[in-house]
Ligand binder design. Structure first.
Ligand code: G4P
Length: 586
């Protein structure tokens, strides 16, 4: 196990403090009474300490799903129950969304939560919830992955009729890499569904994740009556809301109540429910939050976002079971807990020209510890320079409001003078802090890009440099050919469309793209030496060899099969589907 230091200004053991360690990662909500390091004493008098009450009430969540599983619907319903929306349906207009794919700025405005928004904030009961948007759907992009770097837990949303689907699998891998705690919601139970046992089997077999049913369905399709809450043995029977988008009416009745059979009104379903309840009690190991926290067990909920069955119950359980903001390890294995007495945070997304009138540039910062205060000075780990955070914005969909203070778990948008890039750390105080960079994941689309008109070259370069700095796409080149053709790599086609649209609208440059027939990238452990050896032995036939922005070798494959067969010959190359930026010197 790695040696670990916890920086904290609190020496006392906090009552519900939590830590768990996996092979590669340590989480901590707050200080656990570990001897404070020498770094903490100077910070104990800091004015940037976050009050405990602000930390404990925060919950953040990112939703991962395959297109059409109901992520937008679920998001709306969570906002509806959180009081942030009067009526679900107000957030999106799907027909409009689809019609505007090719125009990025219009796309930004029209789509509301689907692209530009980064976080949706709402209060629910005593909690403050940050719903991190993972732009997904048909618009799959690297932003989806990056949102997962900023969250402390995720909700895996599945379509009850379809089970696990490709995009869920991809996103699950990312969650697994960071051992992100995962809640699972099986949606669309109001339609004919797979057996809940089959769904549980799928999750367990494919992901090695043990589902632990909390809400269990009573019937499916037209016979979907409601759910059993296994934590209280209470059955919730729903009436569909008359008006689409309104909250559903529910009747609560104890599982052993003799009226239950009549209330369900379907003796077959009643018998099945009683049988299931007993079987599950015998078969399912107890819920173990420590295993949930390291991504080994997943609280499982069945319901229907569209008809509101089970949504509020999920929200209640999530607030209670979900974690408050977690600390993060620095690149030197120092754990920064949210109650560390200084402000720390990292940039997980940047975006320019959000508002075309002002040509502003924003960096989205996830706060790890301490308090943001308007006008505070922070250090920028990469440049070692100081910046004044004169103004930060809280984000809700496409609306932005200025904030005077923000706390761990929050995402703030700060003005980016052009110096902040994805993965950068900002911190107050004198102890240098640098969190590890955010990994890149295998792109699946590759295309050369150029400006057909030579006189546009200067603007083209300026635009491309800015977009690459924002991480809009990844850039690859031939080995040792800095001025050679630029190969763009993206997770989804939309990223290319965005680059072209923005070059045109913001830099007035027309661009041409030439797609390449590769569909997968792998980074190589062992560097160029290993690649050269494999190449000499004729193992890289049909594989394109390029370098990433840190001049590390990347292999491009035409299909999964080719990558898998090369990976099997382990003596040649160790292939990785993701790469982390080189550690920064902190
Ligand atoms: P996404 O963001 O994951 O892509 O999914 P979205 O919420 O847009 O939902 C995809 C479709 O599935 C929508 O239908 C939506 O109404 C439907 N849906 C979502 N949740 C449920 C559910 O619990 N039960 C049922 N039966 N359907 C659900 P659509 O026809 O594409 O759009 P719309 O006309 O309903 O807006």
């Amino acid at each position: 196990m790695k040696s670990l230091l916890i920086i904290t200004s609190l020496l006392a053991i906090t009552v519900d403090a939590f830590t768990a360690t996996t092979g590669s990662k340590t989480f901590a909500r707050r200080s656990v009474g570990v001897q404070a390091s020498t770094l903490s004493s100077e910070s104990s008098s800091s004015t940037y300490q976050a009050p405990l009450s602000e930390i404990t009430k925060r919950r953040n969540l990112a939703i991962i799903s395959h297109p059409d599983s109901g992520k937008t619907t679920m998001t709306e319903k969570l906002l509806l129950y959180g009081g942030a929306l009067q009526q679900a349906g107000a957030v999106r207009h799907k027909a409009e969304q689809r019609a505007t794919q090719s125009d990025f700025l219009a796309m930004e405005q029209e789509r509301g939560i689907s692209i530009s928004s980064t976080v949706l904030n709402f209060d629910y009961q005593d909690y403050t919830i940050r719903l991190l948007d993972t732009p997904g759907h048909q618009d799959f992009s690297e932003d989806t992955y990056r949102a997962l770097a900023a969250t402390d837990q995720a909700l895996m949303l599945m379509d009850a009729a379809k089970g696990l689907e490709p995009q869920t699998r991809k996103l699950f891998e990312v969650c697994q890499l960071r051992s992100i705690p995962l809640f699972t919601f099986v949606n669309k139970m109001d339609r004919p569904a797979l057996s809940p046992y089959d769904i549980m089997d799928q999750i367990e077999q494919e992901f090695g994740l043990e589902p632990h049913p909390i809400l269990w369905p009573i019937g499916d399709g037209d016979r979907f009556k409601g759910v059993l809450d296994r934590t209280t043995n209470t059955v919730h029977l729903y009436q569909k809301a008359e008006k689409r988008g309104a909250k559903a009416e529910a009747t609560e009745v104890a599982l052993d109540d003799e009226q239950l059979k009549d209330l369900i009104g379907d003796s077959e379903l009643y018998d099945k429910l009683m049988e299931d309840a007993e079987l599950l009690n015998e078969m399912i190991p107890p819920l173990d939050m420590e295993r949930v926290m390291i991504g080994k067990q997943s609280p499982l909920f069945f319901g229907s976002a569209m008809t509101n069955f089970g949504v509020q119950l999920f929200l209640d359980h999530f607030c209670r079971m979900g974690t408050e903001p977690l600390g993060r390890e620095t690149s030197k294995d120092i754990l920064i807990t949210p109650d560390y007495g200084e402000f720390t945070g990292f940039v997980f997304k940047t975006q320019a020209n959000l508002d075309p009138k002002h040509r502003d540039r924003l960096a989205y910062v996830r706060i790890v510890s301490g308090k943001y205060e308007k006008g505070m000075k922070v250090n920028h780990s990469r440049s070692k320079r100081q910046y004044n955070l004169a103004q930060a914005q809280a984000l809700f969909g496409s609306d932005r409001t200025s904030v005077d203070e923000a706390f761990p778990g929050d995402v703030i948008g700060i003005n980016n003078p052009g110096s902040f890039a994805i993965g950068d750390t900002l911190y107050s105080g004198n102890s240098p802090i640098a969190f590890p960079g955010i990994p890149s994941f295998s792109p699946e689309k590759f295309a050369y890009i150029r400006a057909p008109n030579p006189s546009d070259y200067k603007s083209f370069k300026k635009g491309i440099d800015q977009l690459l700095a924002e991480g809009a796409v990844q850039a690859l080149r031939q080995r040792n050919d800095e001025n050679g053709p630029l190969l763009l790599a993206a997770v989804g086609q939309l990223q290319f469309e965005v680059v072209q649209a923005r070059l045109l609208s913001e830099y007035k440059v027309d661009s041409k793209m030439e797609p390449l027939g590769y569909s997968l990238a792998r980074w190589v452990d062992g560097g160029w030496e290993a690649v050269e050896k494999a190449d000499k032995d004729g193992k890289l036939f049909g594989i394109m060899i390029v370098q990433d922005q840190w001049k590390r070798p990347v292999l491009l494959f035409r299909n999964d099969w080719k990558a898998a067969s090369l990976a099997e010959e382990e003596k040649y190359l160790q292939l990785k589907p993701w790469s982390a930026p080189p550690a920064m010197d902190d």
